[in-house]
Design a protein around this ligand. Structure first.
Ligand SMILES: Cc1cc2nc3c(=O)[nH]c(=O)nc-3n(C[C@H](O)[C@H](O)[C@H](O)COP(=O)(O)O)c2cc1C
Length: 324
């Protein structure tokens, strides 16, 4: 292995830190040897109440995996990936090696430029349309990773989805266990911690889209949140469902890879995503959604895609916290 390979593997881990993760838990760790990166699930960071089975944890790690693949390609190496390589080590989610040297293509350069720039949005969007051609390309991206992205075009179905998010948020807000878990991952203003959802990452005012998609209650009785003017951001954007045909750990990792591919591609064209995954954390509502709106496929992510001119911040743990 050359110094260049080692440098490329380090750069891939550095990039993976910027993947999205549920509540910014960053539930991953990396072991970098001269030959390969081992991506491990950090189960201490699992959401024990809302994600008992680890589905969202694995989606988050899948997003980190796609980021590593992209960064490695950008550094000039074809990634060689093994998913869940050792049945005796369930926390070992993947190994990534630097394979044959390649010239990074245009798509790789486009996506890798978005890795640090992409941010989760948590309000309405401005009324500008998301081009259909981009949505078609994102659908192909998800399919390329073994998942399915379906834009929800019927206003009735969008209304049902929005109502489901409000119902799920209502259930979670009324349940102390769920509330305490969200509070644990809410990062107070001015905090020095490098994980959790920063108070600058969501609006202080309730989101005003029609229909209204329920936002997570990160501020919980505090006067937290950005003070940005939301009066021009009332579009819900394009609502889309990310689904998989199975619901195994492998499917969850694939859903995460698909998610990050879609998000980076959208970001390259100025399109941001907002997520509303409360519904998927309540088994009976997830099952209802699977049967009624997902043609029997397993819903892994509910998102809205749209355009915003707002900048939000996020935080990440340093490399020294993530590497073994
Ligand atoms: C599996 C998963 C579920 C998520 N669910 C939500 C959600 O319900 N609401 C929300 O506002 N953000 C959600 N997010 C986004 C994270 O909060 C976000 O990725 C994290 O705070 C890091 O911020 P960034 O994406 O801006 O870098 C989710 C992300 C993942 C990967």
């Amino acid at each position: 292995m050359t110094a260049t390979t080692t440098h490329a593997l380090d750069a891939a881990v550095e990039a993976a830190r910027w993947a999205p993760s549920v509540h910014n838990t960053q539930p991953w760790s990396f072991a970098v040897s001269p030959e390969e990166i081992s991506l491990r699930a950090d189960t201490d960071r699992k959401l024990r109440v809302s994600d008992e089975g680890g589905r969202e944890l694995l989606i988050s790690c899948g997003a980190a995996l796609f980021t590593m693949r992209t960064a490695l390609r950008r550094a000039g190496f074809e990634p060689v990936v093994r998913i869940l390589p050792d049945p005796d080590k369930p926390a070992l989610l993947a190994t990534v090696r630097a394979g044959a040297p390649i010239e990074p293509d245009k798509r790789t350069r486009l996506l890798s430029a978005e890795i640090e720039r992409r941010r989760t949005h948590r309000a309405g969007f401005v009324g500008l349309p998301v081009p259909d051609r981009l949505i078609d390309a994102l659908v192909k991206d998800a399919a390329g990773e073994g998942a399915k992205l379906t834009p929800v075009r019927s206003p009735q179905a969008v209304e049902v989805l929005a109502a489901l998010t409000r119902a799920a948020q209502g259930v979670q807000s009324a349940d102390r266990r769920f509330s305490l878990e969200v509070i644990r991952w809410a990062r107070p203003p001015g905090s020095s911690r490098q994980d959790g959802v920063p108070a600058e990452g969501y609006p202080r005012e309730p989101v005003r889209t029609d229909p209204r998609f329920a936002q997570r209650d990160y501020a919980w009785r505090h006067d937290w949140g950005g003070k940005g003017d939301q009066s021009t951001q009332t579009s819900a954007g394009v609502v889309a469902l990310l689904t998989t045909s199975g619901d195994s750990r492998r499917d969850w990792i694939a859903a995460g890879e698909a998610l990050q591919r879609v998000l980076l591609h959208a970001s390259a064209y100025g399109v941001s995503a907002a997520f509303h995954t409360q519904v998927l954390e309540l088994g009976h509502l997830r099952e209802f959604l699977r049967q009624e709106l997902c043609s029997g496929e397993f819903p892994q992510m509910i998102m809205r895609l749209g355009i915003t001119f707002e900048d939000t911040n996020s935080v990440r743990r340093p490399m020294s916290d993530l590497t073994e």
